[in-house]
Design a protein around this ligand. Structure first.
Ligand code: HEM
Length: 528
């Protein structure tokens, strides 16, 4: 018996128009012709060759032949659910985003959780970062908060992302290992990239083995901006706090579960929602006044740093409830196209160089993954507000745009979308003042790679610290090249000598006398 309610909201209603239920219906072809035999192909004689004429056979097999689309280049393995979000109090003092201003408004959401490295069919309980992507279907358009379950990232610049992913994915000659960090290419890259030290500590901690998707925190990672009605900006870090608390499994449990039920997280999320135990998260904000931008001993634009909650508390401002499973995995979970460039008035970007690169990547990859420029018309991607612009045509165009004109300005007027002014809710980019030279380098404020890695390690309880030591020993123990193990010990030594000593002992190695940082990672002499 289905216990769960199937709550209606504007997005559910919109999707319902696109659903199909074949129960009790006759089977027919894509052109509507009733079929009387779907099991026997048309043959010349009882045993004879199948005839090319058989259009029923050709149509069925042709469609099947094209059922697969490319999996996501990262975050291929995922699970999704529908839900709603409601703000507790109006946040109009910091943002003009309407869905954060109106306590009466219930905003539909779709969430997709994922692992990063594994392929679509890989196990849920790999040691990995988890994606935590939330789409808000607001009255002002889609807002996507495309985050992870860890508050920092491996690299500071988008230009390094393809390298990071090439290193973490299975090795190119033998496609091994499928979904784990225990291999030479990953640790080769990490040991040459000191800025990854902080994130590596999170990835080797219990946070990389969630007990359930319902028990994970989420983080926007980058610093974003909120903009109020008067145009005043504040910096913001986004958080999701699970009301079930944060829980993990131990590594040997993870391995057991992976063997017995690779769909463990997916099944847990599905079953919880089916049985009415709707998972909930509170949205948390760390708000930093613009004038405090340089008050910290790290750079707010550096995605390898978090803002300690002791310095800026997380305010819990609203609640998200996941209350409906998708009707169709492919149509919804697989075809959703998240992008942190999908924002609404009242929210804006910062100059974080990782964020800036991501703004390019998502639409670009989706053009291939979802087959051309019309993927925003796919039901799960449509905003709940109608779309009017002069974009036309292309593969798989669904909308039948009326009128003769598809350009602006025009004087024929029969199909000219009106420009909306800022005062009417039109989006205007934040007018940040920028005076700059063109440079290919980082500010010195991006070069403290170890303080927060140490802070994280020291924040762990003794059993949690032991898990980190065990994880590093296990993972590095799989690395064949001794020089890579040695170089990684040099990095660990700079985080915590005791940690490095224990891992070295586990690996049967000595700590290096002096850690040499790779030349291109050292702090520039002139300070910028
Ligand atoms: C997915 C690129 C950093 C979170 C993806 C995808 C690409 C990508 C190409 C696949 C999208 C698709 O096929 O629909 C990048 C680049 C990055 C970067 C170039 C850095 C320069 C990050 C960071 C986070 C993140 C820092 C977390 C804050 C996600 C999530 C997904 C994703 C959650 C899965 C979205 C889904 O569930 O469909 N990323 N990414 N990425 N990325 Fe990133």
């Amino acid at each position: 018996k289905k216990l769960a309610a199937q709550p209606e909201n504007s997005k559910t209603a919109q999707l319902a128009e696109h659903t199909a239920d074949a129960t009790g219906e006759r089977m027919n072809t894509n052109t509507g012709l009733n079929i009387n035999d779907d099991q026997n192909s048309l043959k010349a004689g009882d045993r004879g060759p199948t005839l090319l004429e058989d259009f029923i056979l050709r149509e069925k097999i042709t469609h099947f032949d094209h059922e697969r689309i490319p999996e996501r280049v990262v975050h291929a393995r995922g699970s999704g659910a529908h839900g709603v979000f409601k703000v507790y109090e109006s946040l109009s003092s910091v943002t003009k985003a309407k869905f954060l201003n109106d306590i009466e408004r219930e905003t539909p959401v779709f969430v997709r959780f994922s692992t990063v490295a594994g392929s679509r069919g890989s196990t849920d309980l790999a040691r990995d970062v988890r994606g935590f992507a939330v789409r808000f279907y607001t009255q002002e358009g889609n807002f996507d908060l495309v985050g992870n379950n860890m508050p920092v990232f491996f690299i500071q610049d988008a230009l390094k992302f393809p390298d990071l992913i090439h290193a973490v994915k299975p090795e190119p000659d033998n496609e091994i290992p499928q979904a784990a960090s225990a291999h030479d290419t990953f640790w080769d890259f990490i040991s040459l990239m000191p800025e990854s030290a902080h994130m590596v500590m999170w990835a080797m901690s219990d946070r990389a083995l969630p007990r359930s998707l319902r028990m994970m925190e989420g983080f926007g990672v980058h610093t974003f901006r909120l903009i109020d009605e008067a145009g005043k900006a504040s910096f913001v870090k986004f958080h999701w706090k699970p009301l079930l608390g944060v829980h993990s499994v131990a590594w040997d449990e993870a391995q057991n579960i992976s063997g017995k039920d690779p769909d463990f997280h997916r099944r847990d999320l599905w079953d919880a929602i089916e049985s009415g135990a709707f998972p909930e998260w509170e949205l948390g904000l760390q708000i930093i006044p613009e004038e405090d931008e340089f008050k910290f001993d790290f750079d707010l634009l550096d995605p390898t740093k978090l803002v300690p909650e002791e310095l800026v508390p997380v305010q819990r401002v609203g609640k998200m409830t996941l209350n409906r499973n998708p009707d169709n995995f492919f149509a919804e979970t697989e075809q959703i196209a998240f992008h942190l460039g999908h924002i609404v008035p009242g929210i804006d970007f910062s100059n974080d160089p990782l964020l800036q690169g991501r703004l390019f990547s998502y639409t670009d990859t989706q053009l291939t993954r979802l087959g051309g420029p019309n993927f925003q018309e796919i039901p799960i991607n449509r905003p709940i507000v109608p779309v009017h612009n002069n974009q036309r045509d292309g593969f798989m165009r669904q909308t039948i745009n009326k009128g003769k004109t598809s350009y602006s300005p025009n004087s024929l007027g029969n199909n000219d979308p009106q420009q909306v002014k800022e005062a009417d809710g039109g989006f205007v980019s934040y007018q940040e003042r920028i005076e700059a030279r063109k440079l290919r380098r980082r500010n010195k404020s991006f070069f403290d790679h170890f303080s927060q890695a140490r802070l994280f390690f020291n924040s762990q309880s003794d059993p949690e610290k032991n898990h980190i030591v065990d994880a590093l020993t296990f993972e590095l123990g799989k690395v064949k090249t001794v020089a890579i193990r040695q170089r990684m010990l040099g990095i660990l030594e700079q985080i915590d000598k005791g940690l490095a000593t224990q891992v070295a002992f586990g690996l049967g190695l000595h700590l290096p006398a002096k850690a040499d940082l790779p030349a291109n990672q050292s702090i520039p002499a002139d300070g910028d």
